[in-house]
Design a protein around this ligand. Structure first.
Ligand SMILES: [Zn+2]
Length: 173
């Protein structure tokens, strides 16, 4: 009889404990959405702040690195020394005397510019005649006339010869 009473007591205690736990779980679950939302917001803010700070440091590092690299480049950049062939500005490559200038762009690329022909007879600058053949030149002084059939010198060919002369000289040919 005493044993039965004890059993009933234990059942009552277990029921009370289960009830309390269940209520606790229910309450916890009820509170959970609010709690998890808050947690998400805090987490989001924390990560945003962290990534913002990291980004800020990265930008600062990148800007510093760019400035340092630019300074190094500026300080250690080999000074451009114009090649000796820049004195070579006139030549009689075929029959005509040709004169030209050198153009150096901001990347130090050197090209022939303002290439102009002179009369082989009197060294006066020849005048191009833009007729339908576009390949005629006259001397305004001695009236010599040149055409494709009569000693006309092609400007593109002359430029190629100038460059070839420089390359041959540089290669020691
Ligand atoms: Zn002439």
């Amino acid at each position: 009889m005493k044993k039965t009473k004890n059993n009933q007591l234990w059942i009552a205690i277990i029921a009370a404990v289960i009830g309390a736990i269940t209520t606790g779980i229910v309450d916890f679950v009820k509170k959970l959405p609010v709690l998890s939302t808050l947690k998400t917001v805090i987490s989001f803010l924390y990560h945003s702040l962290l990534s913002f700070l990291t980004f800020g440091i990265s930008v600062w590092v990148i800007i510093s690195a760019i400035i340092i690299l630019w300074l190094i480049k500026k300080l250690f950049k080999p000074k451009f020394e114009p090649p000796s062939y820049l004195d070579y500005k006139e030549d009689r490559l075929k029959a005509w005397l040709w004169k030209w200038d050198w153009n150096i762009d901001r990347y130090n690329k050197i090209t022939v510019s303002n290439l102009r022909p002179y009369c082989p007879n009197c060294n006066t600058k020849l005048m191009y005649q833009d007729d339908w053949r576009a390949s005629r030149a006259n001397c305004p002084r001695c009236n010599l006339s040149f055409s494709n059939y009569n000693g006309f010198e092609n400007i593109a060919e002359i430029e190629s010869l100038i460059i070839d002369n420089i390359e041959k000289k540089q290669e020691g040919r």
